[in-house]
Design a protein around this ligand. Structure first.
Ligand code: ZN
Ligand code: ZN
Length: 177
């Protein structure tokens, strides 16, 4: 999605558009998630003499796999991120430490900038490291694999699902003996 920053009028301009996975550069079936349907996009440009502030607001639905029970579930997202484009070449020295503002500052020497990779980054960054179908997902039985959200098995009550915390408690128990 190419935008000609030089041709943008001074002041504010809002673009509403609907983009699909291909237009954003996301595969419909990524390894960790699926993008379900289209991405509702609102882009607000505020142009001054040498800078263009770009605020991108996106609505989309992801299909994610629960890290505890391994079931796939859908989650709606509404994310907003701001970026700054400055005319000219980047003058930042490598040794300079980057502040948060710098990270989202882009320099444009060419007239056209592609907005699609920015939208792609917003979506990729919103994918949780350990998705949960619900906050209190009970997970799978470590012995027989029964999904404890949908029923019980003979091992329930004798066992807790294996978590980092349960491993630590086990270790503490051993050490204190
Ligand atoms: Zn789950
Ligand atoms: Zn079981």
């Amino acid at each position: 999605m190419l935008i000609n920053l030089k041709e943008l009028p001074q002041g504010k301009k809002v673009i509403h558009t609907v983009l699909n996975a291909g237009e954003i550069g996301i595969k419909e079936h990524e390894k960790e998630f699926e993008l379900k349907g289209d991405v509702e996009t609102e882009i607000t440009f505020i142009k001054s003499r040498t800078t263009v502030n770009v605020r991108i607001s996106v609505k989309y639905t992801l299909k994610l796999q629960c890290s505890r029970c391994l079931e796939w579930f859908e989650k709606k997202y509404h994310e907003t991120e701001s970026f700054v484009f400055r005319e000219g070449e980047e003058k930042l020295k490598k040794e300079q430490s980057l502040s948060e503002e710098d990270i989202y500052t882009y320099f444009y020497a060419t007239e056209e900038v592609d907005i699609a990779p920015l939208i792609r980054d917003i979506i990729i960054l919103s994918v949780p490291m350990k998705p949960l179908c619900k906050p209190d997902c009970r997970g799978l039985c470590p012995v027989c694999g029964k999904n404890w959200n949908t029923g019980t098995c003979e091992h329930e009550g004798n066992l807790k699902p294996v978590t980092k915390l349960s491993k630590l408690l086990e270790l503490k128990d051993k050490l204190s003996r």
